[in-house]
Structures are given as C-alpha cells and as structure tokens.
Design a protein around this ligand. Structure first.
Ligand code: ADP
Ligand code: GN1
Ligand code: MG
Length: 365
C-alpha cells in the first residue's frame, strides 16, 4: 500500500459525503496529485478524493481558494445557460466541519469532488473527442473571460514562461546532480539549441498583441471529461493551474498531447509525429469558440503556442530526469527520459511541419 493509500479511507470519512465510504481505487492518469475514486455503496454517488502534491503546490490554502472561486464563477455561468451545476462544473465537497481540506496526521492535504457519471477522461485522442475537447476548453476560457484575474494566486510562478523553463533546464544540466547528463548529451544539446524560440510569446505579450487572460494552463485531453456516448465536453477538470496566461498556452498544450500520433511516453519514436489533420480539427473547434475575441497575432501565434508548450514539457521532463525525478510521477526509472525523447521528437517534426501549421491557422484571419 502506498503512503497516500493508507489515508484514503480516513480522509474520505472526513468529508460530507452522501453515505459512508466503503471502497476506493486509484486513478493513475495525472502526473501530480494522488487521485482516488471513492464509493459509498449501492445507489450512492461516487467521489473523487485527492491528496494534493504540496511539494509542488506550496500553498494549498491559496490553491483551493483559486479553485473554489473558479468553480463558483463557472457554476453561475452554467446555471444561467440552463446547464446542470452538478455535472457541467466540478462540485467541491466540503469536510463535515465545513473546510475545503482534510489534513492527515502527516500533514497531507486532502480535498474531494463529486465524481461525474458516464464520462471518460482520455489519454489518446480520436477526431470526434479531440474536436469536442477543443470546444470544451474554448468554452471554459469564455466562461472565465470576466473572472477577476487579479484575485487569482499564482499557484506555480512562471508556469508557462518558456525562458524561465529554459533557464531551469540549463541549471539542471549544469548541476547534473546524479551524473545522468552523459547518457542524454545529444538530447540535451538539441533542447539547448532552441533557446532563441523561447521569447516568442513573451515578446508578443510585451508588445501587447498577445493578451493576458485567465487560462487553464494544463489543457491536456485527460483534463476534460467527455460524455461516454457522444464525446461532448462535459466538464473541464484539474483546475490547479488556472492563472493569468495566454490563449496560446491552452491551445498549445492541447495540441502537444492530442495531436501527437502517439502517447506522451511512447518509446518507439517512429510512431511520434504531429498529425496535421488533428491539428486542423482542434484549431477549428477552438476558434469556433474563441476567434471573435482573439487578436490576429494570437491566431498567427497558435503554431508557436503548440511548439513552445511541447518544448517546455520536453525540458521539464528532461530536467526532472536530471534532477532525480522529484516533480512528475514516474512508473519506471527512465520514464521522464523517455517522455522527454518523445516530446523532442515532436519538436523535430514540428520544425518540419511549421509552414503547414501556419497555413492552417492563416485561414482564420
Ligand atoms: P493531476 O493534477 O494529478 O493530473 P487531476 O485533477 O487531473 O490531477 O486528476 C487526475 C485524473 O483523475 C484526471 O486526469 C482524470 O482522468 C481523473 N479524474 C479526476 N476527476 C475526475 C472526475 N470528476 N470524474 C472522472 N475522472 C476524474
Ligand atoms: C502535468 O497534472 P497533469 O498530469 O494533468 C503538469 C503539466 C504537464 C503535464 C504533462 C501542475 O499535468 O504542466 O504539461 O503533466 N501539471 C503540473 O503531461 O505541472
Ligand atoms: Mg490532470
């Protein structure tokens, strides 16, 4: 039994569930938190119980304040549009004494949500689900367009600052704490050679033609729940990184994950490519929702958004490998190295396909 599993049932008992928790199973999809589905017996709702990764989210109180604010805001939009506030937005469940967290005896922070029925969270995209995810993430962005951004805490500073990601990576290479750099020299040199690309979004923001809005910042496909039958977007989840950012971040991260022809940790790199048809499908859905509010520079910048979100993820995986795997959950010793190789293969492919990606977005000008 893992460290977190020891506390799932005690933590669950602290929340104001409809029924008493009787069983649980772990969800292995996310790389950050410990996530469990908890059952309360026949005919009772199911719940998501999560131990927050406080190694990463240093201020869980502020984190939950953000999430509560965002969920309440989205809930109002859902109700105004005649939607279902128990399904179309994450429902936070409080503890029996009204708190947003249960703290276990080792200081672990636990929170709970209502689980949503008849939905899927996918790790690989097909055309329909990818298109629907684009509409869902685009719609979520719209729902937050009037959210008071200044009230959001920065849960992870410089989260999508590509330059600072580059610098963190360079530092990890220089420190080479575990002597792992020698086995990844070629990969490291390739990653370091892309330094000049890192200022693209930052320069646009400085010029004012790329706006700062409230963004999700972690829009991979498994962070949106889709209806199991129709594939329609039901609810955007994983709100830990909702912070001010650029629309290019949300577009880019979805492309990085969903428009790849293989999973993020596929080790047969011949299988890893940027699928231009999927790129086009996502672009269509995303811009159907968001084009009217976007600047031309943002539309033109979408391919670089995809490029930089992939690049950031690559150097974060590789940096984490060099640092001794302290950030992302891994399932075997070289998992982060394999993920980095995979993401950098996608970068090589995008280096070739950039003209076609640019051609696709130009149609929306
Ligand atoms: P992490 O930060 O670790 O990615 P998430 O909040 O994204 O944590 O949760 C991890 C995974 O748990 C998600 O990718 C999704 O597959 C699953 N999950 C989370 N909440 C729900 C939910 N309400 N219904 C169904 N699956 C969920
Ligand atoms: C993490 O939390 P999860 O698994 O949905 C990470 C993202 C990365 C992603 C790579 C808070 O997302 O930034 O892009 O892994 N989340 C955080 O798969 O760092
Ligand atoms: Mg997640």
């Amino acid at each position: 039994m893992s460290e977190a599993e020891k506390y799932v049932m005690t933590a669950s008992a602290a929340f104001d569930f409809d029924g008493e928790p009787v069983s649980f199973y772990r969800c292995n999809a996310g790389h950050i938190n410990d996530t469990f589905f908890v059952q309360c017996g026949e005919g009772r709702p199911e719940y998501i119980v999560q131990r927050v990764n406080t190694n990463i989210f240093k201020n869980p109180e502020q984190l939950m304040e953000n999430i509560y604010g965002v969920c309440e805001h989205v809930k109002k939009k859902v109700i105004a549009a005649g939607g279902n506030p128990e399904r179309d937005v994450r429902k936070i469940i409080f503890t029996k004494d009204g708190g947003k967290y249960y703290i276990d005896e080792e200081g672990g922070y636990w929170r709970a949500y209502l689980a949503i029925d008849h939905v899927v969270s996918l790790n690989e995209a097909d055309k329909n689900s990818f298109y629907k995810s684009a509409l869902a993430f685009g719609h979520f962005f719209t729902q937050l367009a009037d959210y008071p951004a200044e009230t959001l805490h920065e849960t992870i500073p410089n989260f999508h600052n590509s330059k600072s990601r580059y610098n963190d990576f360079k530092r990890a290479v220089e420190e080479d704490r575990l002597g792992r750099a020698k086995e990844a020299r070629e990969l490291i040199d390739f990653a370091l050679s892309k330094e000049d690309k890192c200022s693209y979004i930052l320069d646009g923001i400085k010029r004012g033609d790329i706006r700062i809005c409230v963004t999700h910042n972690d829009t991979k496909l498994n962070n949106v729940l889709l209806d199991e039958k129709t594939g329609d977007g039901v609810c955007v989840i994983d709100l830990d990184t909702v912070m001010p950012g650029s629309v290019l971040y949300d577009f880019g991260d979805s492309i990085r994950f969903g428009a790849s022809t293989a999973r993020e940790d596929e080790t047969d790199l011949d299988k890893v490519e940027m699928d231009l048809e999927m790129f086009e499908i996502f672009t269509k859905g995303f811009l159907e929702e968001l084009r009217p509010t976007m600047t031309d520079a943002e539309v033109l910048g979408l391919p670089m958004g995809a490029y930089l979100m992939t690049y950031e993820t690559a150097v974060r995986f590789l940096g984490d490998y060099l640092n001794g795997d302290t950030y992302f959950k891994i399932h075997y010793p070289t998992h982060n190295l394999d993920r980095a190789k995979n993401q950098l293969k996608l970068i090589r492919d995008m280096d070739k396909k950039m003209p076609e990606m640019e051609e696709i977005v130009r149609r929306y000008l």
